[in-house]
Ligand binder design. Structure first.
Ligand code: IMP
Ligand code: MG
Length: 174
């Protein structure tokens, strides 16, 4: 598989864009507190860099869902690590995701979060594969819209491998 990988977004491009998104979010919330809710495990790398560049009052929370096995979304969302209502109620939540694909995960999470009565909920995804949408969903902040490619690196995995790459690569089809 390694010989079929091609860099799609370099480390420099990622870091530059993440700084811009952090500023964009700061301009929207100013001095209001926000909770960055990272969708484990894929969004860990993005969440860390986003928060390191975020110059405002903020908290970190994590949620874990899974819907993917290999290259295919199974369609069922499993909530593996849930959120605590006391950490969500009355707060400004920004769900941080690695990629929006079918849209099922973020749509599900936004609905799940709303039941805990946050002050507001927004979503921030590093990547967006618009062409693959199955349910209607638009993220509020998007790093890079990408074509319908299977991507790995910077948190994104193929069967748990390659998350450690500091860039985003795609797997070429033969
Ligand atoms: P969705 O629910 O279909 O939008 O899927 C979102 C989840 O699928 C993401 O959080 C990723 O974990 C996974 N995913 C979607 N596309 C890719 C990809 O190209 N590479 C790795 N994981 C992906
Ligand atoms: Mg994920």
């Amino acid at each position: 598989m390694e010989d079929k990988m091609q860099i799609l977004i370099s480390e420099d491009e990622l870091q530059k864009r993440i700084k811009e998104i952090a500023l964009e979010i700061k301009n929207d919330y100013n001095d209001e507190e926000v909770v960055f809710c990272s969708v484990l495990k894929g969004a860990v790398f993005f969440t860390v860099d986003l928060m390191k560049n975020y110059d405002g009052p903020c908290y970190l929370d994590c949620v874990r869902v899974s819907s993917y096995e290999g290259e295919n979304s199974t369609g069922n969302i499993n909530l593996k690590i849930p959120l605590k209502k006391e950490n969500i109620e009355g707060k400004n939540i920004i769900v941080v995701e690695d990629i929006v694909d079918t849209g099922r995960t973020l749509k599900y999470l936004v609905e799940y979060l709303k039941e805990m009565h946050p002050k507001s909920v927004k979503t921030c995804s590093l990547l967006d594969k618009k062409a693959r949408r199955v349910v209607e969903f638009e993220a509020d902040y998007v790093g890079f819209p990408i074509d319908d490619l299977f991507v790995i690196g910077y948190g994104l995995d193929y069967d748990e491998k390659y998350r450690n790459f500091p860039y985003i690569a795609y797997v070429k089809n033969d």
